[in-house]
Ligand binder design. Structure first.
Ligand code: FPP
Length: 277
């Protein structure tokens, strides 16, 4: 969490401030990940072309990021372009998404600076077109010294391919004799993930009602709380992020342990006679 004097909650809209007032600032999530879904449906409902849905979705990215930065959310990670999107979408749509990303980075850089946002990326980004990579590096460099929210865009990202890349890294360490196979720990795997520098997400939001993980951050979401909303991504705003955080704060996280309402603890369970199966 950031020091309270660095928060800019006075910049929230009156509606956002009303929801923020219901939150416990000491229990804000450290890391929120979002599966931004529903751009195509948003456009379809308006008889518009799909690309207009993506364009509107890019506006949501900026507005949600700004709210996150105002409340001092340290990590926001958005699923912007999956490996599967790259392989399975029509070339024209992929090309449009690449052009949109470049334009997005260019036109929003000043707003990122004004909001003290640091940009990072995860995924097989080296497979993206070189002009897109150039723009990505440019935005990452320009924002590298910002100290507020880190906005990570998952680009050409897949959870399984991230694990493949991690295991390749680990295998190389084994080959070099730095680690022995029977001593591999969860921490060793974590070190080789694209997300090694950040905490696991506390909250995963998925828009447009689908109950799937879609190959997103598979290792990292082991204990993450999931919030699914029917709202389509182009209609998602900062206030909806705050509502999802309010819902998150009403939950009890157990990490496999017992909760407050788990029944009486039996001190001598060995004495209980089990029925024959
Ligand atoms: C899902 O909509 C969304 C994506 C394919 C990726 C998200 C892309 C954006 C929000 C736009 C650009 C982002 C940045 C960072 C500039 P969909 O097409 O799967 O929607 P559908 O399921 O309704 O068809």
């Amino acid at each position: 969490m950031f020091p309270p004097d660095t928060l800019r909650t006075y910049e929230l809209t009156p509606e956002e401030r009303a929801v923020y007032a219901t939150l416990k600032p000491e229990r804000l999530p450290e890391h929120v990940a979002i599966i931004m879904d529903g751009n195509g449906r948003w456009a379809g409902h308006r008889s518009l072309k799909r690309f207009l849905g993506h364009q509107q979705g890019a506006k949501s990215v900026q507005l949600v990021t700004e709210t996150a930065s105002r409340i001092g959310l340290p990590w926001l990670t958005l699923y912007a372009f999956s490996l599967e999107n790259n392989l399975r979408r029509p070339r024209a749509e992929v090309n449009f998404l690449m052009r949109l990303l470049r334009t997005y980075l260019e036109t929003n850089l000043q707003r990122m600076m004004d909001n003290n946002v640091r940009m990072k990326y995860i995924g097989r980004t080296r497979e993206l077109p070189s002009e897109v990579q150039d723009k990505m590096h440019w935005a990452e460099e320009a924002t590298a010294r910002n100290t507020g929210t880190t906005l990570t865009l998952a680009l050409n990202y897949g959870g399984r391919s991230e694990l493949v890349d991690a295991f390749r890294g680990l295998a190389a360490e084994i080959k070099q004799g730095h680690i022995s196979p029977d001593r591999i720990t969860e921490e060793d795997i974590h070190r080789h993930l694209y997300t090694a520098h950040m905490p696991d997400p506390d909250l995963l939001i998925r828009t447009s009602g689908e109950m799937r993980l879609s190959n997103y951050l598979l290792w990292q979401v082991a204990y993450t709380e999931i919030f699914v909303t029917d709202r389509l991504w182009p209609d998602f705003r900062g206030i909806h992020l705050l509502e999802a955080i309010a819902d998150f704060q009403r939950r009890e996280r157990r990490y496999g342990g017992l909760g407050e309402d788990s029944g009486e603890v039996d001190e001598e369970p060995d004495r209980i006679k089990l029925a024959a199966s």
